[in-house]
Design a protein around this ligand. Structure first.
Ligand SMILES: *[C@@H]1O[C@H](CO)[C@@H](O)[C@H](O)[C@H]1NC(C)=O
Ligand SMILES: *[C@@H]1O[C@H](CO)[C@@H](O)[C@H](O)[C@H]1NC(C)=O
Ligand SMILES: *[C@@H]1O[C@H](CO)[C@@H](O)[C@H](O)[C@H]1NC(C)=O
Ligand SMILES: *[C@@H]1O[C@H](CO)[C@@H](O)[C@H](O)[C@H]1NC(C)=O
Ligand SMILES: *[C@@H]1O[C@H](CO)[C@@H](O)[C@H](O)[C@H]1NC(C)=O
Ligand SMILES: *[C@@H]1O[C@H](CO)[C@@H](O)[C@H](O)[C@H]1NC(C)=O
Length: 240
């Protein structure tokens, strides 16, 4: 395990230290990653504010699946960004794929897209789907995204890439919060999927903390991401 981790870290360390290469991040995914409804902006932009790591762009797209995303204008822009080198691409799909494709198709599409981004020069980081804040009773969430979460992890394992289990962490958090408090994050009334700016900052914090804790990401070794111990502690305690 140790040797595997070191093996994976070394190229990252070298690229972070490379002279004149400004390290950056792009976000790739659906509306739950996007600005105005997802954890990308304002949430993750704030995590990266004044950091040596720049948010080059949030390429989250409303309604996007692993296939439809490649037909939009964000796709060539992302490939261009990857070509700069020293760019980490957070990739999170599932919400819309779950509506149209079974897990076998999702796995193949996600594998394909991730390989393309990697070939273009990015360091992909797989992110499992943000949980929907649907509940059967006050403290019992209901979820149908888990099979897609599992496929995202499988893709990471097949390609030997790091992954952040946002699905699990967001599920744990909303289970502690309960339905009433979880719905404070809703983008609009009854919208249990998308995030208002307040929710964006909370779930971006979860993504940031997973990035910091993860043993194979450079964020673990360098102060590249802004901490917010107060918010991290609240999330850990299951409080708002
Ligand atoms: C970045 O931080 C500065 C100072 O705290 C703040 O004024 C600014 O609005 C922030 N920018 C973003 C994009 O969050
Ligand atoms: C931004 O970073 C610089 C260099 O690390 C630091 O001196 C400055 O206080 C920071 N500003 C904010 C608003 O965090
Ligand atoms: C998944 O969908 C594809 C395409 O529609 C189909 O060929 C395949 O049999 C399906 N697999 C399962 C396990 O349902
Ligand atoms: C992978 O994506 C490329 C680019 O969109 C597409 O041409 C190709 O058919 C895809 N391959 C598979 C196996 O889905
Ligand atoms: C997802 O993976 C976990 C851990 O391997 C497993 O316990 C769970 O049953 C899987 N869920 C689905 C829906 O496949
Ligand atoms: C940290 O999070 C809290 C919310 O719990 C917020 O009030 C505060 O402004 C945040 N601090 C920074 C430096 O972003």
């Amino acid at each position: 395990m140790l040797f595997k981790s070191l093996f994976q870290i070394l190229p990252l360390l070298v690229s972070v230290y490379a002279i004149d290469l400004k390290p950056g991040i792009i976000l790739v995914g659906d509306s739950t990653v996007k600005w105005d409804g997802g954890w990308g902006i304002p949430g993750f932009a704030e995590v990266l504010n004044n950091s040596t790591l720049k948010l080059f762009a949030d390429y989250g797209v409303s309604g996007a699946t692993t296939t439809s995303w490649q037909t939009g204008p964000e796709y060539p822009l992302a490939l261009e960004a990857c070509a700069k080198g020293n760019v980490w691409s957070y990739i999170q799909f599932g919400h819309n794929d779950q509506k149209v494709d079974n897990t076998t198709v999702f796995n193949a599409n996600l594998l394909n897209l991730t390989k393309i981004l990697r070939k273009a020069g990015c360091h992909p980081i797989m992110v499992t789907s943000l949980i929907r804040r649907n509940f059967a009773t006050e403290f019992v969430p209901v979820d149908i995204l888990e099979p897609y979460r599992n496929e995202t992890i499988k893709v990471a394992e097949i390609l030997h890439l790091p992954y952040l289990d946002l699905w699990k962490s967001s599920l744990d958090y909303i289970t502690k919060l309960g339905a009433t408090q979880s719905h404070v994050f809703n983008w609009g009334p009854g919208d249990n999927t998308h995030l208002n700016p307040f929710g964006s900052s909370y779930f971006a914090r979860i993504v940031a903390d997973l990035s910091i804790a993860h043993p194979v990401l450079p964020m673990h070794y360098f102060p590249l991401l802004r901490r917010n111990e107060t918010l991290s502690a609240k999330i850990k305690a299951g409080e708002l």
